[in-house]
Design a protein around this ligand. Sequence first.
Ligand code: NAP
Length: 482
Amino acid sequence: MANWQAWMKEAAYVDGAWVNADSGETIDVTNPATGDVLGHVPNCGTAETERAIAAAQGAFGDFAAMPLMDRVGLLWKLHDALMDNQDALAELLTIEMGKPLAEAKGEIGIGAQYVRWFAEEARRAKGEIVPAGVNGRRILVTKHPVGVVGMITPWNFPSSMLARKIAPALAAGCPVVAKPATATPYSGLAWAALAEDVGYPAGVVNVLTGSARKIAGAMMDAPEVRKVTFTGSTDVGKELIRQSADTVKKVSMELGGNAPFIVFDDADLDKAVDGAMASKFRNSGQTCVCANRIYVQAGVHDAFVEKLVAATKAMKVGDGREEGVEQGPLIDGDAVAKVQELLDDATAKGGNVACGGKAHALGGSFYEPTVVTGATQDMAFAQEEIFGPLAPVFKFETEQEAIEMANDTVFGLASYAYTSDMGRAFRLNEGLQYGMIGINSGLITTVEAPFGGVKESGLGKEGGSQGLEDYLETKYVCIDGV
Ligand code: NAP
């Protein structure tokens, strides 16, 4: 079992070798809790990416033809390697990203669960035999790996966002060319180190750090890259969808969210507060499924606010590596400025700060966990993703009003509602325009379920049986004269 330093690779991994950028240029990586430079990673560009794609394409035939149980066996080993090194990988993640150690451990753990899930799903990548309309014919539908997959991931879950892409790709028999976020490259490079350790053939897993535009550009231009899977902002996702047109690639897009969290009069209030805290403040509010707008029915509004404010004030803020810390720093100063801007907009339009409301005394990119009441639909956070520890509370009267306000956004990723009325739960499932709905639950990510959004929150699913399907091509063969 290695320590975190051993997993901190400062080179890109291309065709089974650790390499520097052709230019020799590097990029500094900082610890957001201290502002200290942690180390450097290569600033790769087009040529290095083209070599990675060529290596992946070269490895594709043999990898796709590998006996299924050998491919599954490699995934089992990858799962075990993640779990054996969970503490060290979590510490590396916290140091480069800032989230509390317990959350980082959870992230490595769920990444390992995705690997195990897709090892299981690989054995069920079944085709079908379909009844033919005429005698003498047989129709066979078969599944095949799509080919080389390009992957681009964000900084907020630097390990598990890759898990949800690398695991199904490898399960399906697809080689990988991945680019982790520049702010948090080490957890991405650790995937290459893990793949190397467990014995993936050269070229099957490639991870590059550097210029997003150049690396993504090379992926999008290459006809060999048959699929690109992206997690990140909606604006970049839209650009990649446009770029995918020239080579007609498959795309999966896990994009931004603006989750409504609705609390009805008949809810269990303590559970609703626990759910709101978990959903809003996990990762300091920096998840795509974080509650962005908390709608509370008039009858319980004041009681809910009182409990929410008490719980928010009780949270311990600090360096994620310190014992008991529940809120780490935001990723950088821009993130702090964005939260402040959204709060200023809300207070200018009549919102009241119930707690928090300013940069934290710890300095750097720490921000006080904040609750603002009296929120209204004309405030900027009603349309924009906050991505920080700011909880706006809106008041509503009727179920219909809550559904209409919840749907009043271009996004459609996660939504939540607390109610004890099962009939209402069904009506919400039908009425809320969201890919995921948590009823009486503020934490809904799980490997068995298809994670993904509708509307401008994305295309495709990660997890569930659907998560493997996205890496498979369907073919059909018609046999006549039987
Ligand atoms: P981002 O700016 O879109 O960056 C995501 C990734 O795209 C990074 O690797 C980034 O590289 C790269 N990138 C940036 N500009 C690019 C370009 N022009 N072409 C190609 N790649 C480009 O998003 P972020 O700020 O890191 O992440 C936060 C966003 O991700 C939020 O909107 C959040 O909701 C979303 N998210 C969605 C999900 C989901 O499952 N739906 C999960 C997590 C996060 P650099 O780091 O080098 O800039």
